[in-house]
Design a protein around this ligand. Structure first.
Ligand code: PMT
Length: 223
């Protein structure tokens, strides 16, 4: 098999969580470690791609020497960075866990505690993947779906709604899959509803197999 199967392709990947500030010392975030997205970036670089990785705040992860990393904090930062690099990309993969909501008000000073409850009003962030789907030209756009119930059904809905070329569905309620761990279990589904499941494997191996499936679909489209 051709080891450099993505040679010369521009691949744009997002990884990790976003952080939505409340005040200078507090924020909302989620459990994403960035491992899945970084594994994809590394596997794509090893396959000869020119890789740009847009990363939310993660810790203790080594970035492959050939990967250009752009660090972002909030969903809005990630939106800007993804859109900036989208036009020159061939393949775009959104493995990041983006906040769907952020505090409507961000305080300049640390909030003092007081007796009683603290209610924080949350507003929607932009759906980055959907906005990329609407803008898409020749890019092959791949989303992820983190589901805890009816994964295939819900994943398929996201594929259609966000105008994706494919979606990678992980049931994050399964042990050995999803957030934080070193392995994942995923189902790759393309827009023709052809799907293939990758059984539990290290995230790097899952990444490699996903890239092969994406490449195959791209090749089929080009013919
Ligand atoms: O980082 P790890 O610890 O290794 O964990 C990996 C993972 C579980 C985070 C990863 O495998 C995964 O599933 N990533 C997607 C998580 C997610 O936010 O899923 P979702 O079903 O909520 O979102 C669907 C898709 O829309 C995702 O591609 C997401 O990046 C995108 N999205 C969501 C909200 C938003 N405002 N903008 C987006 O682009």
């Amino acid at each position: 098999q051709d080891r450099l199967f993505l040679k010369g392709k521009h691949v744009l990947i997002s990884a990790g969580p976003t952080r939505e500030r409340i005040d200078p010392v507090r924020f909302f975030t989620n459990r994403s470690s960035g491992k899945m997205g970084y594994a994809l970036a590394e596997a794509a670089a090893e396959a000869g791609a020119i890789v740009t990785l847009v990363s939310g705040p993660t810790s203790q992860i080594i970035t492959h020497a050939q990967v250009k990393r752009i660090d972002v904090v909030t969903a809005e930062d990630m939106y800007q960075a993804m859109h900036r690099h989208f036009p020159t990309s061939d393949i775009v993969i959104k493995a990041a866990a983006v906040a769907d909501y952020r505090p409507r008000v961000v305080y300049d000073q640390k909030m003092k505690k007081h007796d009683g409850d603290w209610n924080i009003v949350m507003e929607r962030t932009k759906d980055i993947l959907q906005s990329l789907g609407e803008r898409k030209e020749s890019q092959y756009l791949v989303g992820f779906a983190a589901e805890t119930e009816k994964p295939i059904e819900n994943g398929m809905k996201k594929l259609e709604k966000k105008k994706l070329d494919a979606i990678v569905i992980n049931n994050v309620a399964d042990s050995g899959a999803g957030f934080e761990g070193d392995t994942n279990i995923v189902t790759y589904m393309n827009k023709n509803k052809e799907r293939k499941t990758i059984t539990q494997a290290p995230k790097k191996e899952v990444a490699h197999q996903l890239l092969r499936m994406i490449k195959k679909d791209l090749k089929d489209e080009e013919q």
